[in-house]
Design a protein around this ligand. Sequence first.
Ligand SMILES: *Cc1c(COP(=O)(O)O)cnc(C)c1O
Length: 422
Amino acid sequence: MIWQQITEAELNSFWQGAEQTIQPVKQKIDNISHTNQAKVLRAFQNIGVSDFHFNGSTGYGYGDMGREVLESLFATVFGSESSLVRNQIVSGTHAISLCLFGNLKPGDELVSIGSPYDTLQQVIGISGSGEGSLLEWGITYKEIPFDCTGQIDLQKLSEAIGPHTKMVSIQRSRGYQDRPSLNISQMEKIIQHVKALNPDIICFVDNCYGEFVEDREPPEVGADLVAGSLIKNPGGGLAPAGGYIVGKKELVTKAAYRLTAPGIGPEVGASPMGYRLLFQGLFLAPHIVGEAIKGAVFTACLMEKLGFRVYPRYNQPRTDIIQAIEFGSPDLLVAFCQGLQSGSPVDSHVLPEPALLPGYTDKVIMAAGTFVQGASIELSADAPIRPPYTLFLQGGLTESYIKLGVAAAVKKLLTVAKERSS
Ligand SMILES: *Cc1c(COP(=O)(O)O)cnc(C)c1O
């Protein structure tokens, strides 16, 4: 079967075939969503959330009860001692940066499992100008590469860890890189290994895109400090902005000293707009993440049936919401993105084009018709324009909408392919 010549009837049969094929996988996703929903609900009940906790505060935000209750809720849900959940944390990168700058001092060494997310390379100082980076500040850095089987060589990790190693940083999601994601049990092994070498080393986890994909979170397997973005999974599509940090109290407090000031730390920070969307977003997050994964699994199955290489495959275990699809050609990749955008609820009339962005070496295309700017828990796709022309698709607030979006994308893809072959 050459997919370029597919008829509408054949596409329909692939579509139905994909829906059939993924049924058992969907059942497992529903089970995880249910477990996580129960965990979140129990936390709301045990903490005694009331509607007055949704009210905002002004000025310094001293004694802001909504903020305090929201933070104990996050700590409970993630199985950690303490948390910092703030609109003043502007992004995932900011939350991670607070953890690093708050807990590393000149002379300390940071060891990263695999190469970190693009924006963090600039925080560390291994790309960009280095200004304001950890390296400039006298914090040294080492990276343990994934081996050819996508594993971390624990022997190499042992050798890399030295007397100055203060923190080991683990990124759960592959992000937009050509490396595997690290699931919770792999993470557990790495953390146990590090702690056996030296229990004082801080095990930090970049949890972006991973929250609620499995039924355990990093603090439950020994992570000391964890950070992520509220416009990804744990905001449930409702959080308008913000980031979170969870972990040991002492380490979270040091991160808070960076967010505000030493001495003041987590005790201040007003939210004049109130907290309802953060509470409600967290409450919905297990379900929304389930919808996003069901959409990703469907897309993986359909695109594979059409002959594209996808990863993960529809039936492979997942620990994040990202779906990669290899297009092998720039025009097909662009067509899929443009079709996806045309199927969005917001900015459907806008035509995304590849463009150069600061910090990237190749042109990048992004499709995102989202309610919250840049929210990647909403259906969105990004790709650098370079071989093998891999698109990273993620999010979507309802499974039906993800399928409708993908239908629009596939339609545009077929139109462009037919034009090309005629
Ligand atoms: C998104 C992401 C980040 C950074 O998040 P921003 O909110 O875009 O700053 C860091 N690490 C990973 C793995 C991510 O997916």
